[in-house]
Every structure is written in structure tokens, then in C-alpha cells.
Design a protein around this ligand. Structure first.
Ligand SMILES: [Zn+2]
Length: 322
């Protein structure tokens, strides 16, 4: 297919760092990679927005010139609206909410009080909000709860998440709460959502996470317990050398049938995804030092667990910094 070889697609994919390294094995060519990231790629400058949420996203602008409707990033919208200002309108509560230090609309009524010597008129608030978020549509996207804007973005969000999931070897699942929340317009980082989905796949397949969940442990606690057991089995079966090999697939199944965890798959073991490596490395290092390098399970400190904060999912991002 000649279109797959057009240098344009690879140029954009490389320029936007869309996952060049993994794409081949996942069956994603440059064209699929770029289209899959349409949510974040500006049609004008062809650059990817870094945060991928709120007003940082490319949004459709009805241009009066020959380009017509164009999905433009915040920087391009700012430039556009400087040349073609939007018509005046009264400032709305959301305009006040979308500037960094929210100004009380009542203060704005009298611009002469001493605490606020500069008149915070509706006009200045509106101008600040529009400039900060790249026009009215940027303000709506920043607010995040506008039905029309969310509707506009939903298909692109879905495509983006499906692409991110493909890149980590997963398929989109409509029954996932995490995925659903992302599609409804949360400020979740889709790369992080995909990474968390990958982690969950591993917890389910290789640890007793689900057993703990079934016993009404909360999710973070179930992960801690499931991982604690996994770390212990890893060291028992493979010694401390496993610290270097568990990432590369050199670990093999040596536990007996009885000990096999319920949700483990037959055949190949799933390896912990890279996003979990720092946590596991830190844990193993702590245990190694604590046990003086001995693999004696009698010495195993059952009470040691990494800070529970390490298991709390953090996927929120913000749209203001550039
Ligand atoms: Zn742009």
C-alpha cells in the first residue's frame, strides 16, 4: 500500500514521538499511529499536544479563510484569535473559573477597591480566559463538563485509548470503569490509563489480586498483598538473581500445581509491565538488604510492604502548563 509509505506519516509519527519503537510488533504502521493520535495532533502545525487534556487539546475552529474548519492546538488557536478576535460577549461564571486565581464576580462589579486596584472587569476576565485557553472553545474544553465539547471529542478519545492499548498489547474493553471514565471526559492521561490496564492484566493473571478483592480488600491493598506473594515466590524459586531476570522473561514456572495461583494462565508467564519495575526493584532491594542476601524464607519479613501510596493509581493530568 503506497499510502503507508508516504514519508509524511512517518515524519509526523516521529516528530510527535508516537511510539516508534513498539509499533511494528503491534501491527501499527505510521499511518494508523498518526490517525490513532488524532485527538492530540494539531491539523495546522502537526505537533502533538503534550498533556492531551482540557484546552491543551486541538479543537475545531471555523476559520474564515480557505482552510475552513480546522482542529488546532492551543498555541495555534491563540495565534489565530490574535489575528481574528472573537466577538465580544458578557463574561460567564466559567470564564472566572478558568483563570488561575479565580476572581470573585462580585469584586469585579467595583473595580476600585484597594485590594484589587486593577479593575477586574468582565472584559479583562474574558480576555484572560480566552487568551489562556485559546478562545471560547478552549474555555469549554478546560471546564470539561460541556456536553457538546465532550461529544465532539469522544470518538477521538476512544480511538486514542484503543491505540494506546494496542501499543501495550491490549484491546479496548467497554466494561472497564477506567476506560469508561476516560471516554466520558476525565482528565486522565491516556498513556497512563493504558499502563494501568496493562498492570491490571498482570495482577489478574499472575498474582492473587482477585482473591483478595473477593475477600473485600480494597484494590490498592489487594495489589499490595498479591504483589507481596508474587515477590516472595519469585525469590524463593529463583533466588536474588531474579532481580535482574524477572523483566526479561528468564523466570519459569516452578511452583507446584497446588501453589499455582488461580488466575494464572496456562503456558507462558506474563511478565510485570515496565511501569511496575521501579516498585518491584525497590521492594526486592529492601528485602535483599534486610535478609543480608540470604534466601532463607524463615527470615522473610511478612510485615514489610512498600508505602501504600505506591499502589494508588495516579492518572490525572492538567492542561495549563506548556
Ligand atoms: Zn498547532
Amino acid at each position: 500500500m503506497i499510502q503507508h509509505q508516504l514519508p509524511l506519516w512517518s515524519d509526523i509519527a516521529i516528530k510527535c514521538s508516537l511510539g516508534e519503537a513498539q509499533q511494528q510488533q503491534q501491527g501499527l504502521g505510521h499511518i494508523e499511529l498518526v490517525l490513532g493520535h488524532a485527538l492530540v495532533i494539531c491539523e495546522l502545525c502537526l505537533e502533538a499536544s503534550r498533556k492531551g487534556v482540557g484546552s491543551d487539546l486541538p479543537l475545531p475552529v471555523d476559520r474564515k479563510d480557505a482552510l475552513g474548519k480546522t482542529w488546532m492546538c492551543r498555541r495555534c488557536r491563540r495565534r489565530h484569535y490574535t489575528r481574528f478576535p472573537e466577538p465580544p460577549r458578557p463574561a460567564l461564571p466559567r470564564d472566572y473559573d478558568s483563570v488561575p486565581s479565580p476572581l470573585d464576580p462580585e469584586d469585579a462589579q467595583d473595580g476600585h477597591d484597594e485590594a484589587h486596584p486593577i479593575a477586574h472587569t468582565d472584559d479583562t476576565v474574558l480576555a484572560r480566559a480566552r487568551s489562556l485557553h485559546g478562545g471560547d472553545i478552549g474555555i469549554l474544553a478546560h471546564q470539561g463538563d460541556d456536553y457538546n465539547t465532550n461529544h465532539l471529542l469522544r470518538r477521538r478519545r476512544r480511538k486514542m485509548l484503543a491505540t494506546k492499548l494496542t501499543l501495550v498489547g491490549l484491546k479496548f474493553r467497554s466494561d472497564s470503569k477506567l476506560c469508561g471514565t476516560y471516554l466520558r471526559g476525565s482528565w486522565y492521561d491516556p498513556s497512563r490509563v493504558a499502563a494501568v490496564m496493562k498492570e491490571m492484566e498482570w495482577y489478574y493473571a499472575e498474582t492473587s489480586y482477585w482473591d483478595f478483592m473477593s475477600e473485600d480488600f480494597e484494590s490498592a491493598m489487594s495489589k499490595t498483598e498479591g504483589l507481596a506473594e508474587w515477590v516472595q515466590i519469585l525469590v524463593r524459586d529463583h533466588g536474588w538473581g531474579a532481580r535482574e531476570t524477572y523483566k526479561t522473561g528468564a523466570i519459569v514456572e516452578t511452583t507446584t500445581e497446588d501453589e499455582q495461583l488461580h488466575h494464572r494462565r496456562d503456558g507462558a508467564r506474563l511478565l510485570p509491565p515496565p511501569s511496575l519495575w521501579p516498585l518491584i526493584d525497590g521492594w526486592l532491594q529492601h528485602m535483599f538488604e534486610h535478609m543480608g542476601g540470604s534466601v532463607d524464607m524463615e527470615l522473610w519479613d511478612q510485615t514489610y510492604r512498600p508505602d501504600p501510596g505506591a499502589f494508588t493509581i495516579s492518572i490525572e493530568t492538567d492542561d495549563e502548563e506548556e
